[in-house]
Design a protein around this ligand. Structure first.
Ligand SMILES: [Zn+2]
Length: 300
């Protein structure tokens, strides 16, 4: 795919969504202290993570007694990359018992956003986020099942570090809001006002109480992130329907209407064009499409 004007900066951002320079804005996306191991864990395709998770289940040292005055959390293998390093092997964390703390609060206190959590079980009985633990309880924290129902429109808003993921989602036709300089308050407000799922790798942001729909994105690589989001939410896909630059809708446009914006080579070789109804970017399917087509084929 190519865009005009061909030499503009925006053209480069939109026209080469798979170029390595696009991945640069992914660095520093993780604002937690465990980023190195997180990266390693997240490199695994999510299916592999889950397969490994289920294989490892039941292999922990769950038999050690919980000392009086404490409670124990046992975290599902697929969520252990979120834990403090010392707890990642067996997924167990002992905490001082706080009778006033809800289960939701206790789970978040070990670094696991509730957006990622599935079943919560104490002594084979399901408990809720608002439940409170008893001294010496063992709380099993499950991982959110996939696919996860969207519970609303298939619309997303992405944290500032996920620009490359935003372009890939738009390529597949998924309604994706993204602004390079949006602050956290703005993201939370926009997610609520426009009823969008907030995607982020910032656990502090994901723990905001005002968020109704949100998810932690696995992986550092934008292609892995895309696979994670598509596999998790399975949104309807409509490739080549949205502008990669702004997310606006594309509509067919006649060659005559855009001819004065085209390079001679493009004029000669291309016949079908579409234009973003929001920002005016012109698109056509050209020699640059190959890698984009690969992304689409992988998911459709
Ligand atoms: Zn646009």
């Amino acid at each position: 795919m190519t865009h005009i004007p061909e030499n503009s900066k925006r053209e480069n951002q939109a026209g080469a969504p798979l170029a390595s320079s696009d991945l640069a804005d992914e660095s520093g996306a993780v604002v937690d202290p465990h980023s190195a191991d997180d990266a390693r864990a997240s490199k695994m395709p999510s299916e592999a993570i889950h397969a490994a998770a289920y294989a490892a289940e039941g292999a922990g040292s769950a038999q050690t007694p919980v000392t009086p005055g404490s409670v124990r959390l046992r975290i599902h293998p697929a969520l252990r990359f979120l834990l403090p390093r010392r707890a990642r092997d067996n997924g167990e964390v002992d905490l001082a018992h706080d009778p006033s703390a809800t289960v939701g609060h206790v789970v978040q206190s070990v670094g696991v956003p509730l957006t990622e959590v599935g079943d919560l079980v104490v002594a084979e009985v399901a408990v809720s986020l608002r439940s409170r633990l008893q001294e010496q309880d063992r709380l099993d924290v499950g991982v959110r099942a996939r696919p996860q129902p969207l519970e609303g429109p298939a619309r997303f808003v992405l944290d500032v570090h996920l620009g490359a993921l935003a372009r890939r989602l738009r390529l597949l036709g998924v309604d994706t809001a993204y602004e390079k300089f949006a602050d956290d308050d703005h993201l939370v407000e926009q997610a609520g006002r426009q009823d969008r799922v907030l995607l982020s790798r910032d656990r502090g942001l994901l723990m905001r109480r005002a968020l109704r729909r949100a998810a932690f994105v696995r992986g550092q690589d934008p292609d892995d992130q895309l696979a994670d989001v598509i596999e998790r939410f399975q949104p309807p896909l409509q490739p080549w329907s949205l502008c990669l630059v702004c997310g606006g809708s594309l509509a067919p446009v006649s060659k005559a209407l855009v001819a004065n914006q085209l390079e001679p080579g493009t004029l000669r070789t291309q016949q079908e064009f579409s234009r973003c109804q929001a920002c005016g970017h012109v698109y056509w399917h050209g020699a640059h499409d190959v890698r984009l087509q690969q992304v689409i084929r992988r998911h459709t």
